[in-house]
Design a protein around this ligand. Structure first.
Ligand SMILES: CC(C)(COP(=O)(O)OP(=O)(O)OC[C@H]1O[C@@H](n2cnc3c(N)ncnc32)[C@H](O)[C@@H]1OP(=O)(O)O)[C@@H](O)C(=O)NCCC(=O)NCCS
Length: 141
């Protein structure tokens, strides 16, 4: 992900979540040196993922596929790439949070071998109130 991709990334982010990340958070992820990747089709940004690695642990902070490109295996491709990044960075543990209201994402992660290890209460901000996150983990190393 380059600075020039952020506009397209933010469009996908805003269409994906009722309370999206701000552009500042997105820029900070790049500045902080997180692994920020975009998935492109014919030069168009159709998805992105953000991975933070510290020592032997990688944490998936965000991952989205443009709504009009969903259901075609791109999410699976992107997650596979991010998992390879974990392995490349010698992380042993791949961690993520997923909304309790996101069965599609949960099904994707389960099919990759992620297992639920806990719940973070009121983790996500919603338009009204907050939503719990399921914490999932996979040993990759
Ligand atoms: C989660 C997300 C990234 C999946 O991307 P995608 O490109 O649609 O996913 P794929 O086409 O690669 O499908 C991967 C798996 O997701 C699940 N899935 C996809 N569409 C589904 C649907 N309509 N219903 C149920 N499960 C579905 C299936 O397990 C599927 O695997 P399969 O095709 O082998 O059955 C995408 O839906 C998205 O961006 N959602 C909004 C943002 C979000 O919730 N991100 C996750 C943050 S934790």
């Amino acid at each position: 992900m380059r600075k020039s991709d952020i506009k397209a990334v933010m469009q996908i982010e805003k269409a994906s979540y009722p309370v999206p990340w701000s552009i500042g958070v997105m820029r900070d992820c790049i500045k902080s040196g997180y692994h920020c990747v975009v998935l492109k089709q014919e030069k168009k940004v159709v998805g992105f993922g953000i991975l933070m690695t510290a020592l032997d642990e990688s944490h998936l902070l965000n991952m989205c596929i443009d709504k009009s490109y969903q259901g075609n295996g791109l999410g699976r491709k992107l997650l596979s790439y991010l998992e390879n990044m974990c392995i490349y960075n010698q992380a042993r543990t791949f961690l993520l949070e997923v909304r309790v209201s996101s069965p599609v994402a949960q099904s994707l992660y389960k099919s990759f071998g992620f297992k639920q290890i806990g719940i973070r209460k009121n983790y996500y901000k919603c338009l009204i109130g907050r939503e719990d996150a399921i914490v999932m983990k996979k040993i990759v190393g």
